[in-house]
Design a protein around this ligand. Sequence first.
Ligand code: BJ8
Length: 382
Amino acid sequence: MLSLPKNFETFNDARKKSFMALYEAKQRGKKVVGVFCSYTPLELVYAAGAISVGLCGKSEQGIPEAEAHLPKTLCPLIKASYGMALTDQCPFFYFSDGILAETTCDGKKKMYELMSKFKPVHVMNLPQGRDQALALDAWTEEVKLAAKFLEGLFSVEITPEKLHDAIVYRNKVRRAIVDIYETAKLKPSPVSGYEISTIAESADFHFTDDDLVAKLQRTAKDLRERVRTGADGRPRVLITGCPNAGVRDKIIKTLEELGADYVCADNCAGPRTQKFMVDENSEPYRAIAERYLKINCSVMTPNTTRFDDIRELVKEYRADGVIEIVLHGCHTFAVEAFTVMNMVQNELGLPYMRLDTDFSQSDKGQIETRLGAFIEMMSAAA
Ligand code: BJ8
């Protein structure tokens, strides 16, 4: 009989619901793999007969405890992720049988060394110079090693057939999620970006046997048919930079309450990452490696294709301005922000604002003031 975490009673209702679905899946014998990054090849997890669950910290919870082990100046996403695991406050970490991780930024990869004291952790070596001659070969080998890790962890065999089925399934999920994001291409968007991002994220916490693809497709259709009164003339914003789930309420909700629409994200929570499919007709390990290596994250060097993404997304989603979110301690996005600013202001001719922040509420008032001024700037430029 599986036990519940000690602090189960203190979880809020939404978390309890999601956690209970995972708990029931575990009771049915499902295995769970915790993941932290868009570079994790989820196809392997599914081919191993397991469920993946996103473990990134999204609030201040666990940060004070994490700071006893990690530098205070580290990015809040890393500290929160580690702190939740350390203090056993994350129900999803609690039920993860193992962790599949990658060498992305320095803080994350060193944090995984500490995390491996709590759970089996396999770290894939992500080649960051992805244009180099042997990058794709090396990453293909890493994908194979990750498959071996999962086979060993769960005593299963990842057959070519299982891998192919997993590739086809994950492609379908991605297409359905992109369809939901693309609702916001309509002008005015029939639905708030806050709601779209919440729906898309819920696909990472799907632990029942319901048909996820059908559910997402139904949702996309419902969203498109919605009529949103009073949405005409609201400035449309593209958000770029670090993952924004930990600051969604502080920034995105406030932005929309102040009168703008968040229509698209050029970050891991957005069509930029989901749009790449795995080629279903090629050798599966190489096809998976190719797909994931296309992701335009600032941990890559050079990362010029990220700027092509921003150009395209600004055009497709008809953005009136760009907001860049830089989490404290995230050097790669902080450095790239200079190039993003120049491109948005000088080449695209749009207002740009950079917000340096963390998961605390201490800068809430200041952010609200800056968002208000930015909305006025976009309205004046329209
Ligand atoms: S693919 S964005 S999920 S690495 S943890 S890099 S914020 S200092 S999360 Fe990321 Fe994968 Fe890239 Fe996406 Fe900066 Fe913090 Fe590092 Fe971060």
